[in-house]
Design a protein around this ligand. Structure first.
Ligand SMILES: O=C(O)CCC(=O)C(=O)O
Ligand SMILES: [Fe+2]
Length: 224
């Protein structure tokens, strides 16, 4: 577990309130998923909202399935648009820093061996959706933990657009999550099918994934 040890030493002096991380750890241990409302630090949520609003339209690309040469647009599955978050700007760095504090915390308690993190803003226009899917496939061991936060300061039940998280393949009812600012959702990527229902208004979120290191001796696995 060299990877986990390396990450732990990066932990240093955390500036975040670890109470939330403790709740997420407990939820993941008991259920494999966690839904926490009013959880993301408010200063971070509002900075991310401002950042997302400033990103010009052309920085968003139609979301696809897969990466690099395998990237496929598939309107049958999803119709949202995305913009990858890099550490170029302060707010992006603040977000990545928050996520890596969570990563360090989870590695210490749950020994997940989370090694890298990638994330993007998502914009679902009215009517956009992401059909029921898994973020990772069993045995591929790439994306281990999914992390989603929402950037919508208000949300009315009539706006629809909920995330529906299902416990397993048989579950057809699931748990609905309102995409309200501050809500933090985490779940084991291989375990929980989920979908985004069409919304009646613009819907903003960040979706991210922690991965384990899948490097083999002569090949370094990049985070993106
Ligand atoms: O925005 C959400 O609620 C979930 C998005 C999602 O499932 C994904 O991007 O894989
Ligand atoms: Fe997903």
């Amino acid at each position: 577990m060299v990877a986990a040890k390396l990450l732990m030493s990066l932990g240093g002096d955390s500036t975040f309130d670890e109470t939330l991380f403790a709740y997420i750890t407990q939820d993941l241990t008991e259920e494999g998923y966690s839904i926490r409302h009013a959880a993301l630090p408010e200063s971070l949520s509002s900075a991310l909202l401002a950042y997302q609003q400033k990103i010009s339209g052309e920085k968003f690309i139609d979301a696809g399935i897969g990466r690099g040469d395998d990237y496929l647009l598939n309107e049958f599955v999803r119709t949202d648009e995305i913009s990858w978050i890099t550490g170029e700007l302060a707010t992006g760095r603040e977000w990545i820093n928050w996520a890596s504090q969570l990563q360090v915390y989870l590695n210490r308690r749950l020994f997940l061996g989370l090694f890298s993190f990638e994330s993007h803003f998502s914009h679902y226009r009215p009517g956009d959706y992401y059909k029921r899917h898994y973020d990772a496939f069993r045995g591929e061991a790439t994306r281990v933990l999914s992390l989603i936060v929402y950037l919508n300061p208000s949300w009315n039940p009539l706006d629809a657009g909920e995330l529906v998280l299902y416990k397993n393949d048989q579950d057809r009812i699931g748990t609905k999550v309102t995409p309200l600012m501050g809500t933090v959702v985490t779940f084991l990527s291989e375990e929980f099918p989920h979908e985004v229902l069409p919304a009646n208004r613009d819907r903003y979120s960040i979706a991210g994934w922690f991965r384990v290191n899948t490097s083999v001796t002569d090949r370094v696995d990049p985070p993106q």
